[in-house]
Ligand binder design. Structure first.
Ligand code: AMP
Ligand code: MG
Length: 538
């Protein structure tokens, strides 16, 4: 191991129990210099974070700190800031960057790798849980290609807040421990249109059981490095899928099936909360079915399956909201190709891919039943019911989050006219005055069919409301809210980052004092950069 940075003792940080199994058991790059190159027959390269001039803590997640056995005074200490900005190593840390490849926008892109992520090691906490720590934006690595290895505050706020918001929403995700300003400026051309700007640099410390991606396997197969492929597959099974048993062809297949199931479950959650990842390249697909790599993601405001926040994808809209289930399947098929050399049978791999379709359909139906407050999804009634709902949501601009939340408040009252029936939902419409009588009739026809279905289902209204409010969030990290927090943070006021973190801790609760964070997108944000338009530049 190569360690250039000083190490220093502090009661809690020094007591962290590092057990760096990844670097101990997997093949390392034998070249220790930090220059851009193709790295063959290795899972990772040892590399040091680049020190920064004036690190400053913006925010940290005390929940993630607890996972790592870190207490509040430690997180608020200067040493914490130094360590998680990459200026200093804690005892036991062995920094490295991973090698992986990937398909970007449907095309094989060759070696990608951790171009600006540097792993610090793995902590085994007092409960025996294993957590890998990774700094994003901590300087160049052998995988940085033509880029600088850095991250700006804007994208770091987005990654930090969204990781934690997704966790509290019950969506599988990588986590974020800390958000630290580096005190240095970074140049970015946000829309790649010849307008570079200086922006504040930042580092986020991400935390997950593993950061292995589909592309981590693809890179080996693409180079015909089958021994290394087997090593990484066996390692992944032994560490993160040990319940499947000792690696063998049968276990490889069970493993792939489980990845298909987990990926389907993750996508169902995205569809439930209205999350659009924005860059579902195979290097951004976690082998654990976690949401990973928060870049130009976005949250549906008005319900629109064709929407993508990513301007880089504006032409083909490959990663639009409604296409995410298909893209996950396409990505799983690439993973199947990657592990094929270990299995050498296509049929069981194809069956597993079909299992994905089955799990997704099943999961989606259960999720929709939950969202609508039904005991269970009865295809006979609920396929037409949900198909018509989709049409109703598309009639005029309808805020998805507010619509589902308010739907729980509706009651079936005999003889109620359209305006009265619709009243509790009006807040969900961006231009309620644009609703024509014909629109209102179509919406109310659906509402009456829905309420009749609810009545037949036999749920009491209180129970239905509880069920619905437990899966239909009141608070999501609305695109414009994150942008306001970024604007303030760039001006030196980090309070909104911390306020949003706090609100997103309890997204299903009413929180009357935080009503302002549940408001639909204001008009100024409709076409503003960062609110509705994002790019891969971060
Ligand atoms: P992404 O689209 O963010 O998932 O990134 C794709 C690839 O580009 C990954 O290998 C990243 O590590 C790398 N990358 C993205 N931004 C940078 C950067 N600023 N410096 C170095 N590598 C980067
Ligand atoms: Mg990525």
């Amino acid at each position: 191991m190569k360690t250039d940075l000083p190490t220093q003792q502090s009661p809690s940080l020094a007591d962290l129990n590092f057990d760096n199994r990844f670097v101990r058991e997997l093949p390392a790059d034998q070249n220790y210099s930090n220059h851009v190159r193709q790295v063959e027959r290795a899972c990772f390269s040892y590399v040091q974070p680049t020190p920064v001039v004036a690190p400053q803590l913006v925010a940290y997640s005390h929940e993630v700190a607890t996972l790592l056995d870190l207490d509040q005074p430690t997180c608020e200490s200067d040493l914490f800031v130094q360590v998680f900005a990459g200026n200093q190593l804690s005892p036991g840390m062995e920094p490295y960057a991973c090698c992986y490849g990937g398909h970007q926008f449907g095309n094989w892109a060759g070696q990608l790798g951790d171009g600006r992520a540097i792993n610090l090691g793995e902590i085994v906490n007092h409960l025996g849980a294993r957590w890998a720590l990774q700094l994003k934006g901590a300087g160049p690595t052998p995988y940085s290609r033509r880029a600088d290895g850095l991250a700006v505050l804007r994208s770091s706020v987005r990654e930090f807040l969204c990781s934690e918001a997704m966790h509290h929403l019950g969506v599988p995700t990588t986590r974020a421990l800390s958000l630290i300003l580096t005190g240095e400026q970074v140049t970015r051309d946000m829309f790649y249109d010849g307008h570079p700007k200086q922006e504040p640099g930042a580092v986020v410390c991400r935390v997950a059981p593993s950061f292995t991606r589909f592309g981590s396997f693809q890179i080996f197969t693409s180079r015909n490095e089958i021994d290394q492929l087997r090593q990484l597959v066996d390692y992944t099974i032994c560490t993160d899928f040990s319940h499947l048993g000792e690696p063998s062809v049968v276990v490889y297949l069970k493993w792939f099936e489980e990845i298909c199931r987990k990926t389907a479950a993750m996508i169902v959650h995205w569809m439930r909360v209205g999350f659009v990842h924005g860059v579902m390249n195979t290097d951004n697909m976690s082998i654990l079915g976690l949401t990973i790599d928060y870049g130009p993601y976005g949250w549906l405001e008005d319900y629109n399956p064709d929407w993508t926040p990513n301007t880089t994808d504006a032409q083909g809209r490959r990663y639009r909201f409604g296409n995410q289930p298909q893209i996950a399947l396409w990505n799983l098929a690439q993973l199947a190709n990657a592990i094929y050399p270990l299995i050498e049978q296509t049929e069981p791999l194809e069956e597993a891919l079909q299992l994905y379709g089955f799990c997704y359909k099943q999961g989606w139906q259960e999720m929709m039943a939950q969202k609508l407050g039904l005991k269970q999804f009865e295809p006979e009634y609920d396929l037409p019911l949900t198909a018509e709902l989709e049409k109703v949501l598309l009639l005029v601009e309808t805020d998805m989050t507010i619509f589902y939340r308010k739907l729980a408040d509706l009651d079936l009252v005999d003889g109620q006219d359209n305006d009265n029936l619709l009243a509790p939902l009006l807040d969900a419409y961006y231009q309620p005055e644009e609703l024509t009588e014909k629109n209102k009739q179509q919406i109310c026809d659906w509402l009456r069919t829905y309420l009749k279905r609810v009545g037949q289902d036999g749920h009491r209204n209180v129970e239905r409301r509880q069920q619905m409010n437990a899966v239909n969030p009141k608070y999501v990290l609305r695109n414009y809210l994150a942008q306001i927090a970024i604007d303030k943070s760039e001006a030196g006021d980090h309070s909104l980052v911390n306020d949003l973190l706090q609100v997103m801790r309890d997204p299903y609760a009413e929180q009357p004092e935080n009503e302002e964070f549940a408001q639909k997108r204001p008009d100024w944000a409709r076409h503003r950069a960062g609110c509705s338009m994002l790019s891969c530049s971060s």
